[in-house]
Ligand binder design. Structure first.
Ligand SMILES: NC(=O)c1ccc[n+]([C@@H]2O[C@H](COP(=O)([O-])OP(=O)(O)OC[C@H]3O[C@@H](n4cnc5c(N)ncnc54)[C@H](OP(=O)(O)O)[C@@H]3O)[C@@H](O)[C@H]2O)c1
Length: 256
C-alpha cells in the first residue's frame, strides 16, 4: 500500500465490528497496520475476530458497547484513551434494520432502528469528537450511511431509510462543526452487500428483482469497500470533508 493511504499505527474505533461490514473494516485496517478498537454488544464474537487479527500480527482491542445506551457510550472514549492514548478515526458503522413498510411499522419497530442508527451515531460521535478536539491532533470520522439515504421506493422501510438520510445530513452538519479542529467528517453509502442484516433477502425474488437494476449488474463484495475505507481513514483524504462516497455499483442513481 502506498504511504499516501497509510493507516499504520492509527487508532481506529469501529462500532458494530462483530459481523458484516464492521468486522471486514477491522480486519482490513488491522492488516494495514492500524490499531483497531472493535465495539459491539456481542463481546464473544468480537473476541474471536480479535484473536484472528492478533494471530495475523495485528493489534485489536475489544469493547462491549451498546450505542443506544448512554451509560455504555460514556465508557467508550476513556477506555480507548487509557489503552492507546489517542483516537485518530471513528467509524460509525453499527446499524439495524426493521424491514417494515409504512403501514406495518409500529413504535416498537421504530425505536430500536432510529435509536441505533441515528441517536447512537450522534452520541458516539459526541463522545469521540470531544476527545479528538481536546487532543488537538485532528481526526477523521466516517459514517456508514446507505444507498437508502436517497433512494425511495414504494413499500420502503421508513425507519431505516429516514435514519440513513439523517446520517448523511448529520455528516454535513458535523463536517462544518468540526472543521476548525481539523476533524474531517465523511460518509460511505454502500449499496447491497450480503451480511447478517440482509442475508434472508438473498436468493429470493427481491434480490433477483434488484440485481438487474444495479448499473454494474452485481451486488457488492466486502473488498469493494476497501478503496473508500482506506481513502477516508488515511491522510489521502486530508482535504475532504462533508463528502458522501457512494459504493453501490450505481444503484443510487438508477430508478428502481
Ligand atoms: N449490508 C448492506 O448491504 C448495507 C448497505 C448499506 C448500509 N449498510 C450499513 O452498514 C452497517 C453495517 O451493517 P452490516 O450490513 O454489516 O450488518 P450486520 O452484519 O448485521 O452488522 C451490524 C453490526 O451492528 C452492530 N450493532 C447493532 N446494534 C448495535 C448496538 N445497539 N450497539 C452496538 N452495535 C450494534 C451489530 O453487533 P451486535 O449485534 O454484536 O451489537 C453488528 O456488528 C449498518 O449501519 C448498515 O445499515 C449495510
Amino acid at each position: 500500500m502506498s504511504s499516501l493511504f497509510s493507516v499504520k499505527d492509527k487508532v481506529i474505533v469501529i462500532t458494530g465490528a462483530s459481523s458484516g461490514l464492521g468486522c471486514h473494516f477491522a480486519k482490513t485496517l488491522a492488516r494495514e497496520g492500524a490499531r483497531v478498537v472493535m465495539c459491539a454488544r456481542r463481546l464473544d464474537k468480537l473476541r474471536v475476530i480479535a484473536e484472528e487479527i492478533t494471530k495475523e500480527g495485528g493489534i485489536a482491542m475489544t469493547l462491549e458497547l451498546d450505542v443506544k445506551n448512554g451509560a455504555s457510550v460514556k465508557k467508550l472514549a476513556p477506555a480507548v484513551v487509557s489503552q492507546f492514548g489517542q483516537i485518530d478515526v471513528l467509524i460509525n458503522n453499527a446499524g439495524v434494520d426493521a424491514r417494515k413498510n409504512l403501514f406495518e411499522t409500529t413504535e416498537m419497530d421504530w425505536a430500536p432502528v432510529v435509536d441505533t442508527n441515528l441517536k447512537g451515531v450522534v452520541f458516539v460521535t459526541q463522545a469521540i469528537a470531544a476527545q479528538m478536539v481536546e487532543k488537538k491532533k485532528g481526526g477523521s470520522i466516517i459514517n456508514i450511511s446507505s444507498v437508502s439515504d436517497l433512494l425511495a421506493f414504494k413499500g420502503g422501510n421508513p425507519a431505516y431509510m429516514i435514519s440513513k438520510a439523517g446520517i448523511s445530513h448529520f455528516t454535513h452538519l458535523l463536517a462544518l462543526e468540526l472543521a476548525s479542529s481539523n476533524i474531517r467528517v465523511n460518509a460511505i453509502a454502500p449499496g447491497v452487500f450480503r451480511t447478517e442484516i440482509n442475508a434472508d433477502l438473498f436468493d429470493t425474488d427481491i434480490s433477483r428483482m434488484l440485481q438487474p437494476k444495479i448499473p454494474l449488474l452485481k451486488f457488492g463484495q466486502l473488498d469493494d469497500l476497501n478503496g473508500a475505507l482506506l481513502l477516508l481513514s488515511s491522510d489521502a483524504s486530508r482535504y475532504m470533508t462533508g463528502t458522501i462516497i457512494r459504493v453501490d455499483g450505481g444503484l443510487g442513481i438508477n430508478k428502481l
